[in-house]
Design a protein around this ligand. Structure first.
Ligand SMILES: O=C(O)C1=C[C@@H](OP(=O)(O)O)[C@@H](O)[C@H](O)C1
Ligand SMILES: C=C(OP(=O)(O)O)C(=O)O
Length: 458
């Protein structure tokens, strides 16, 4: 297991760096390219492990996915050529599909697999095997899908992986679905929309506030008969020929990865960091808005569109931060960035209260409980709420800490950023997980001037 040691940052972080391509868009590019007719090209594929899990699953069902980049080096992005099976051409996988650590892979695949006339099994690592699946299984069952899982030990009625999906009897189809989701979740929305591609009848969905809309954008670009208005989306396949054409995509940079660098710049005096080519879809920019509202130095310079998504260069620098209330509709737009928002709060003047974030309890770790432990280890006073945290900002240097990431990439990277403000070296254990979303995280921090040691895996 890799351990990293982050040293106190005695000089400003300075530089202009790229980030890996967007993990959410990467999953969707792979899924859609695999279901398209013909050969698609996916440029700037990140090789983050979560995306690799999706690629392996689609390969196991007949998609041909090859890296065609000239002489790609380990850890570098690649260019993929994907020959799809067409919507109705997937074949039964010979073995369980391993989704690794990736909730998005498992939930989106469940949507696709629930409409197939072959049976499949979805498995995941220890963390994914603790994550609730009824949120997608319930509405999919109500449209006729057959899905079984392991009973949840504490949440009656919920189920955990492994999931046994299908088969749908030959000649039968998923039916129409009208579903109002109790949570703003792009995984639920996307799983149901993907199942809707195969259904006989309309898929009508509503969510409480808008979650990331990459699936809708990509479906729209591929000619899927979909209408999205605010928090309502409707897919009516009547009269559609079910053909999605092959496409070319260059995946924009991941705003969720950029968030760690933007916050690092906010925490270290004199810093000036530029992150290039970042996707700035408004359903993903919650953290940048929070940083700005806290007083942070931040500038988003639009650079047009890539793959139907806005992209920008982000400049970030340190300015005094003040505590604030974070809650409501911004939370789903910053859902994976709440841990790093806690790092901003830890260095802001006054109290920051985070509410409406109960979803964090069912991510790769219970991110509310884990962040409370991390903040306390750095000497930051905080209180855990059922749906968030109350954090007292601390101006004096943080206490050097020893942190167990609990196998959660967002926690490991948040701890590394907080460690820049500590009075001595901080040790973070169980850091292999960083590769699920940001394989070159340590190299990128070093490029900005941070001192980070990596001890080899044992
Ligand atoms: O659809 C997606 O790509 C994702 C949706 C979010 O999950 P929820 O839909 O569970 O909020 C997010 O936390 C995850 O990292 C990626
Ligand atoms: C929650 C995350 O991903 P997933 O749900 O796909 O595991 C994340 O990347 O922070």
């Amino acid at each position: 297991m890799t351990t990293i040691v982050v040293h106190p940052q005695e000089k400003p972080l300075v530089g202009s760096v790229p980030v890996p391509s967007d993990k959410s868009i990467g999953h969707r590019a792979l899924l859609f390219a695999s279901l398209c007719e013909g050969t698609s090209n996916i440029k700037a594929f990140s090789y983050g492990e979560d995306n690799v899990s999706t690629a392996n699953a689609m390969r196991a069902m007949g998609a041909v996915i090859e890296d065609v980049s000239p002489a790609r080096k380990e850890g570098q992005p690649g260019e993929l050529r994907v020959t799809g099976t067409g919507l109705y051409g997937l074949k039964a996988p010979a073995a369980p599909l391993d989704c690794g650590n990736s909730g998005t892979t498992m939930r989106l695949l469940t949507g696709i697999l629930s409409a197939q006339t072959f049976a499949s099994t979805l498995i995941g690592d220890a963390s994914l095997s603790r994550r609730p699946m009824m949120r997608v299984v319930g509405p999919l069952r109500s449209r006729g899908a057959k899905i079984e899982g392991k009973p949840h030990p504490t949440k009656a009625g919920d189920i955990l992986p492994p999931l046994q999906v299908g088969p749908l009897p030959d000649g039968t189809y998923l039916s129409a679905l009208e579903y109002e989701s109790p949570v703003a979740s792009a995984q639920i929305k996307s799983a149901l929309l993907l199942s809707g591609l195969f259904a006989h009848g309309t898929t009508y969905l509503k969510e409480p506030t808008l979650s990331r809309d990459h699936t809708e954008r990509m479906m729209h670009a591929l000619g899927v008969p979909l209408r999205a208005v605010g928090t309502v989306v409707e897919l009516d396949p009547a009269g559609w020929n079910g053909v999605m054409p092959a496409f070319e995509i260059e995946i924009p940079g991941d705003a969720s990865a950029a968030a760690f660098l933007v916050v690092a710049a906010q925490l270290v005096d004199g810093s000036r960091v530029t992150v290039r080519g970042v996707g700035t879809n408004p359903t993903r920019t919650g953290l940048f808005e929070i940083a700005r509202l806290m007083g942070g130095g931040l500038e988003i310079v639009p650079q047009g569109e890539q793959a139907g998504e806005p992209i920008a260069e982000i400049n970030a620098w340190r300015q005094p931060l003040r505590g604030m209330l974070v809650g409501g509709e911004v939370v789903p737009r910053a859902i994976d960035e709440i841990p790093i928002a806690c790092a901003l709060a830890a260095r802001a003047i006054g109290t920051t209260t985070i509410r409406d974030a109960e979803e964090l309890r069912v991510k790769e770790s219970d991110r509310i409980a884990t962040m409370a432990t991390v903040l306390r280890a750095f000497g930051v006073t905080c209180e855990e709420l059922p749906d968030g945290l109350v954090i007292e900002g601390r101006e004096s240097p943080l206490a050097p800490a020893t942190i167990d990431s609990r196998g959660d990439h967002r926690i490991a990277m948040t701890a590394a950023v907080l460690a820049l403000c500590a009075s001595g070296p901080t040790t973070i254990t169980d850091c292999d997980c960083i590769a699920t979303s940001f394989p070159r995280f340590v190299g990128t921090l070093r490029a900005l001037g941070a001192r980070v040691d990596v001890s080899p895996s044992s």
